[in-house]
Design a protein around this ligand. Structure first.
Ligand code: NDP
Length: 339
């Protein structure tokens, strides 16, 4: 029997990779798509799957559109990936973030209770819920202490998912995903901002890359690996929560250095912290500059996840290393900039 799945956020990075994975598994894939002024299906086109998914108009603000999407799709699996997902924007638009990233989760769960309470539900939780670190390696049992309106909104989405599982016996699981990147990552996120800017500098389209805190440490994986974990969670007999991470941490500075090599630069750092500059040894030009405007009002200094539970119970393992991820992103952006 062909399964039906509904993905919110199908036009985003993860939505596109997840749609591709489910199509490979012969699912009928439906996606909730919000009305925007411009076409948002670029990632689905890049993966060559735009014609294979069924897009249903709807918005996470509007539960009636969720009910209609659930009815039309007859989804047995719902992947709730839609969100205002950019941490920095959440300080400028905290109420929108609370609505779209937090409250919409209970709207979707209520819509499911009305249309199909037996459907399986995946909630896109995040390592940003850990925020100010309570334990050096974060697991499913590490206490949460979010440090941004985004993290706070996601924490609501996480706990309401747990609560509906416990209150109504729903098959609702939450993936606490650490940062995951790809050539399809939004250009506002630091990894993609780096690879795109370096490619543009290489091709003479831009002079300097401006960054915030170079010493932030993150656990970065490849989005294509992480969507496999989402699917695996919904195939389990029992719903549960899982940390999905690599267990390694790298600084923004290290990401820059590795990406720079692929773009043909050799970075030498001068100055400290907010004064830091990255100079290309070959040309002698300043190509990276720290701009304190990009610092977060409340910083999350280091995130490292422990994916042991996902390894044991889901049999999930990442396939793409950090170096391979940086290379993949750098090369994709060099090709784009060349065009
Ligand atoms: P993206 O920002 O790439 O995608 C977000 C998606 O949500 C887009 O499709 C966007 O649509 C959609 N969306 C935003 N607002 C609405 C709305 N009001 N109604 C309907 N759809 C809306 O995020 P990612 O793919 O990177 O992440 C997927 C999920 O995982 C998100 O919930 C994110 O917060 C979470 N997450 C991501 C991590 C990461 O490192 N990538 C880490 C941990 C969690 P549109 O294109 O029209 O704006």
């Amino acid at each position: 029997m062909t399964k039906h799945a509904l993905i919110t956020g199908i036009t985003g990075q993860d939505g596109a990779y997840l749609a591709q994975l489910l199509l490979e598994k012969n699912y009928h894939v439906y996606g909730l798509i919000a009305r925007r002024g411009t076409d948002t299906t670029g990632r689905l086109h890049e993966l060559g799957i735009a014609g294979q998914v069924h897009l249903l108009d709807g918005d996470l603000i509007d539960p009636s559109s969720m009910i209609r999407a659930l009815e039309k799709s007859k989804a047995e699996e719902v992947y709730n990936l839609g969100a205002q997902s950019f941490v920095a924007t959440s300080w400028d638009q905290p109420i929108l973030t609370a609505e779209v990233t937090g409250v919409s989760v209970v709207k979707m769960l209520e819509a499911l209770r009305i249309v199909n309470p037996k459907a399986r539900f995946y909630q896109a939780s995040t390592s940003e819920m850990f925020g100010q670190i309570q334990e050096p390696l974060q697991t499913e049992r590490t206490p949460f202490y979010p440090r941004s309106p985004y993290g706070v909104a996601k924490l609501y989405g996480h706990w309401i998912t747990v609560n509906y599982r416990e209150s109504f016996g729903m098959h609702a699981s939450s993936g606490i995903l650490f940062n995951h990147e790809s050539p399809l990552r939004g250009t506002e996120f630091v990894t993609r901002k780096i690879t795109l800017a370096l490619a543009r500098i290489r091709h003479g389209l831009q002079d300097v890359l401006e960054l915030g805190n170079l010493d932030s440490k993150r656990d970065w994986g490849f989005a294509g690996d992480y969507v496999r974990a989402m699917w695996a969670m919904l195939q389990q007999e029992q719903p549960d929560d899982y940390v999905i991470a690599t267990g390694e941490t790298w600084t923004v500075r290290q990401f820059v250095e590795k990406a720079a090599v692929h773009a043909g630069f050799d970075i030498e750092w001068r100055g400290e912290a907010e004064q830091a500059q990255g100079i290309d040894r070959k040309s002698g030009k300043i190509i990276i500059r720290v701009n304190p405007a990009f610092y977060r009002p409340a910083e999350v200094d280091v995130l490292i996840g422990d994916p042991a539970k996902a390894h044991q119970k889901l049999g999930w393992k990442r396939e793409v290393s950090f170096d391979a991820l940086v290379q993949m992103m750098a090369e994709a952006d060099l090709q784009r900039a060349a065009k």
